[in-house]
Design a protein around this ligand. Sequence first.
Ligand SMILES: Cc1cc2nc3c(=O)[nH]c(=O)nc-3n(C[C@H](O)[C@H](O)[C@H](O)COP(=O)(O)OP(=O)(O)OC[C@H]3O[C@@H](n4cnc5c(N)ncnc54)[C@H](O)[C@@H]3O)c2cc1C
Ligand code: FES
Length: 296
Amino acid sequence: MERQAPLMAAEQAVWFADRAVHRTVEIRENVRLARDTYRVRFDCPDIARRIVPGQFVMTRASGCNDPLLGRPLALYDTVLDAAGNPVGLDVVYLVIGKLTSRLAQSPPGTRLDVWGPLGNGFAPRPAQHLVMVAGGIGQTPFVALAREALGLRNYGDPARNAPAVDQVTLCYGTRSREYLAGVADFESLGVRVLTSTDDGTAGRHGLVTELLADVLSGSPPASRVVCCGPEPMMHAVAEMVCARGIPCEVSLESPMACGIGICFSCVARVRDDAGRWDYRRTCVEGPVFDAARIEF
Ligand SMILES: Cc1cc2nc3c(=O)[nH]c(=O)nc-3n(C[C@H](O)[C@H](O)[C@H](O)COP(=O)(O)OP(=O)(O)OC[C@H]3O[C@@H](n4cnc5c(N)ncnc54)[C@H](O)[C@@H]3O)c2cc1C
Ligand code: FES
């Protein structure tokens, strides 16, 4: 199949940290979704109004120096007030280290420092069948993206009008059933959810790429694929999808120190039009990149 034109080059991205604000917020809810996985909700109208799917906020515990640096967490979804205005954020996190362990112990009322919105996010693109591929905690950027793509909410300020898609499919793989988080959130939007687990306790016994292979050879054909998860999985997805000439974006989960483009701790190797690679900062030129341009 003929290759389609590449997606926008990372170096052409116009999103930088200029529009980010720093706020101290209070946790309103911190609820368990799955094993070691929680959804935290806080009010932050300044960020909620502007943030778009695929962007993230840097987060740290207020008044606490351990960890000193913030951690990036993707927008799970915005929270609306009774009048439909975005006033808060939900983020979903997997407990793996210092901040996320501390967050899991944080009751409502705990103060957090957050700054954002950060990163480029997913550009609105026309696509009849949007396929989202998530591994581990990589499903978090996709609830808002699916909601927007299905025409159920506008994001950003000014609110952007994303072209509506006909169908959204989520291929979602985890280690086992107990780590599947937020499946009902996707299903309530009308997303077709296909799951896989490494141990066979839910969905297909195997890798999420096996689910994707079925979707790519099925009907309706995939017209846009977005992917987030462990790097080997994103690499495999990129190869499968790009070989078919289908536009594919990956949202990288590079560890970050500043989140605003200063420290270069988050760089990824990204190719330009001539095929030469250079380092690009995941926090400002990403985290969403054209998969065909990533030097995995
Ligand atoms: C743009 C972006 C969005 C993200 N969104 C989410 C999200 O919505 N939910 C979520 O749970 N996580 C998300 N992450 C990953 C999250 O930032 C890390 O899991 C988090 O920094 C861990 O912080 P910690 O203090 O708990 O762990 P730490 O104490 O910093 O680290 C514990 C261990 O995990 C390793 N580690 C740290 N960061 C990563 C990483 N990114 N990938 C793999 N290993 C890592 C460290 O090397 C260390 O071994 C996102 C990352 C990026 C870049
Ligand atoms: S995290 Fe500092 S430049 Fe990206």
